[in-house]
Each structure stands twice: as C-alpha cells, then as structure tokens.
Design a protein around this ligand. Structure first.
Ligand code: CMC
Length: 391
C-alpha cells in the first residue's frame, strides 16, 4: 500500500540533478556541458570530449596533453585478463564477453574500488576510459582466433583501437587517417546521453556503493538490449534484410502493424520528437567516409530511401518517429570492417566516458541516496498457507 506516483518506464520522473548533458527532444538539441554535439563532433576530439564530460570544461592544450598522457599510460590490461577471455566460447557475442570482463576488472584493480576515496575514483575513471578499447579489441580478436595485440601508445585513442582490432603481429598496421577521424567522431557521438536506460542502470548500481567496474558491467548489460544500444546491430541487420529499396514498403507496413512486433530499428526515441542531432552528423559522416575512401554500399541507399519514405508517412509523422543515432552508425562501422556483433561493444566503449562521468557526479552529489523505487502492489492480499497435501 502507499500512495506513490505510478511511472513505469520513468517517462516523467527526474531521478537526479546533472550538469553533464542537456537534451531538448522537441527541438532535437543535444549539448554536453553547454556545447552542441554537432560542433563537438566537427571540431573537437574524443579525448577533449571525455575531458569535458569528466571535468566540466574543455581542456587547454597542456591540460589535454596531460589527460591524453594519463589515459595512454593506462591502456594495458592485466596480463591475467587474457585467460579470462579464453574461458568463453569463440562464438560468444562480444557483449556477453564485455559484461564478464569489465565486471572482472574490479578483481584486477582492487586499488581503485573504494568509492569514497576521490583519488581512487579518479584512477578508476582513467583506467576504465583507457582500457575499454583494449578490452573491446580483445573480444574481437578472440572471436576470430587471432592473437591479442598490446596497445601502441604512440597512436591516438581511436588509432590504437583500430590497430588492436585490425592489426596482426606479423605486419605493420597503418592507421588510415580518414577511418581514424570517423572512428573518433563515432566515439564522440556516443559519449553521453543523460539518463538513458544504461546510464540510469549505472547510477542505480552505483547508488549502493558498488565499485565502478561492477557498475560499468551493469551498464553494458543494459545497453545490449535491442531497444537501446543493441539497435545499431539490429538496424544494419534490418537494412541488409530489406536489401533493395523496392522492398521498403513491405517493412513500413509491418512496422505500422500493431499485431506485428517488428519495429523500424534505428527509428524513434523516448526523448527526441525530432531528428536526433547525432543521426544528422552520422549521416554526413557516412557520405564523407564513402567519398574519401571511394567506397559505397547499397545499404546506404536503402537507408536514405527508408528514411524518406518513413518521414512522409502519417504513422511516423504523427508519432514523431525520426532516425536516431543507431540508424546510420552501422553503415560506417561495417565499411570500416567491424562485424555487426561488435557494434554495440563500440557503443559501450564510447559510452563508458558518460557512464563514469555520471557515476562520479552521483557519488559526489549530497542529495544522492540509494536508489530505491517504490511500487503499486497488484498481488493477492494476505491469505492462509494451505498444506501441500490439501492443495
Ligand atoms: N517502429 C515502429 N513504431 C514505433 C517505433 C519504431 N521504431 N518506435 C516507436 N513506435 C511506436 C510504438 O509502437 C508506439 O505506438 P503506440 O503509441 O501506437 O503504441 C509509439 O510509437 C511510441 O513508442 P513507445 O515504444 O511507447 O516509445 P518509447 O519511448 O517507450 O520507446 C524506443 C522508444 C527507442 C524504445 C522505440 O522508439 C523503439 O523501440 N525504437 C526502435 C529501437 C531503437 O532504434 N532504439 C535505439 C534508441 S536511440 C539510441 C539508444 O538508446 O541506443
């Protein structure tokens, strides 16, 4: 009993105060610490954005150098972690591996698990941001049976990740600057998105005082769902299944059919009732990457046509369903060479910055209590126990 506000899915409940990210869903605006996502994606780097989210201000040149040096110093993972991977089946989904491995980091770095120690929180934050590319690349290498590559600290954050993913010990790996820039931009576009399901999960897990590695593992588990980060994988699979533009109307009809569970993946958003500003940048990036690399993929034409048809259909207009960040990202990721199963792992890699920044904000917020939602009880009232023989 009790008079609680019933708000399943938290459509109207603010669970915290946050100074990190602002979204105006009606206007399609996304700001990190006041800076527009389009401008950050165009003009800054993922390391700058990570610094901004973690520290509140953009770094000056020497602050950025120091930050990059700190992150770079933490790129290696404990050697023993490699055996952790070997316990998985080779065909394990990278997100299944990531849930386990990231959660296990707390066992490898127990000296940064005391959430009440600001110094330990800082080291944990740096470790997580630094090690996620290594952890994600290892998941990929394990799945294709190639040896793990150690990080190369002479490379950029994105460049190092690309090399650990696509390089082999037998050959020099040359980072393609166009791909490196696109990768960095994709990381920026995924860095944070206020109180989405996985971020709220991280905050809720962290509200009990759980260590940051465990909280990230909780975030990864939540992100994996197809309604959330898993949508990038689902969107590209859908576009491939549609195949050619002439088959689009059939899928549009299915998406509108209430008796069919099918949804257009990469479409719709809880907060955006307008074009997702990240999708705008993503679409532009696909064009740039295709142009610079002189490649194309018919799936992009299918995506553009699908968007056009959906945005002129009364169903999508009335429900204000627009492409979201996941609609176009898979197209670039697949051109870069990632299998669809890695897409959500890349999302997790980049979102770790947002998760850890939000986690730090929560821990240092004096209003914060353990997250403990209430419920509207709908079960039976108290009744007598009946012995087994009498039931
Ligand atoms: N295709 C067809 N119909 C849709 C879609 C879609 N993609 N999205 C929403 N609708 C309909 C839905 O059926 C509902 O109709 P009605 O009011 O008649 O029941 C209405 O639009 C509102 O949908 P909802 O599910 O109540 O809205 P929500 O805010 O709970 O869900 C969402 C938001 C993102 C989960 C949903 O739009 C969706 O499932 N989209 C596809 C998956 C996807 O692309 N997810 C990525 C989200 S953005 C990045 C991220 O988080 O990773």
């Amino acid at each position: 009993t009790g008079a609680f506000t019933y708000d399943p899915g938290f459509t109207s409940t603010a669970s915290c105060r946050s100074a990190l990210t602002f979204i105006d869903g009606e206007e399609g605006v996304l700001l990190h610490r006041g800076y527009a996502i389009g401008e950050l994606a165009e003009r800054s780097s993922f390391m700058e954005v990570a610094y901004l989210l973690l520290n509140g201000e953009l770094p000056d040149a020497s602050e950025l150098d120091d930050f990059v040096a700190t992150i770079t110093r933490h790129t290696m993972v404990h050697e023993q972690l490699a055996s952790f991977y070997r316990g998985f089946r080779r065909d394990a989904h990278p997100m299944a591996v990531m849930c386990g491995v990231v959660g296990a980091l707390s066992a490898f770095y127990p000296d940064s698990t005391n959430v009440h120690d600001a110094g330990q929180r800082l080291v944990a934050s740096h470790r997580l941001v630094a090690k996620m590319p290594t952890v994600a690349a290892m998941a990929y290498k394990y799945s294709i049976g190639q040896p793990f590559l150690y990080p190369d600290n002479s490379l950029s954050y994105a460049g190092n990740f690309l090399r650990m993913t696509f390089g082999v010990p037998a050959e020099e790996y040359e980072v393609n600057p166009i791909v490196e820039r696109a990768m960095d931009r994709i990381f920026i576009l995924h860095a944070d998105h206020e109180q989405n399901a996985s971020t709220s999960t991280v905050r809720l897990a962290g509200s009990s005082g759980a260590n940051p590695f465990a909280c990230m593992a909780a975030g990864i588990a939540c992100l994996w769902g197809p309604a959330h980060g898993g949508a990038n994988e689902a969107a590209l699979n859908m576009l491939r299944e549609i195949g050619t533009p002439d088959r689009i109307p059939h899928y549009i009809a299915r998406a509108k059919d209430k008796d069919d569970p099918f949804r257009l993946m990469g479409f719709g958003h809880r907060v955006y009732k307008n074009y997702d500003p990240r999708a705008t940048v993503m679409q532009k990036t696909v064009r740039e990457v295709f142009g610079s690399l002189k490649v194309s993929d018919p799936v992009f034409d299918t995506a553009l046509r699908l968007e056009e048809i959906a945005l002129s259909d009364p169903y999508f207009i009335e429900k204000k369903l627009f492409p979201n960040v996941d609609f176009y990202s898979g197209i670039i990721l697949s051109v870069i060479g990632f299998p669809t199963s890695m897409f959500t792992a890349l999302f997790a890699l980049a979102r770790t910055v947002g998760w850890i920044a939000q986690w730090n904000e929560m821990i240092t917020d004096s209003d914060q209590k353990i997250g403990r939602p209430r419920q509207i009880y709908s079960g039976p009232t108290q009744r007598e126990y009946v012995e087994l023989a009498q039931r």
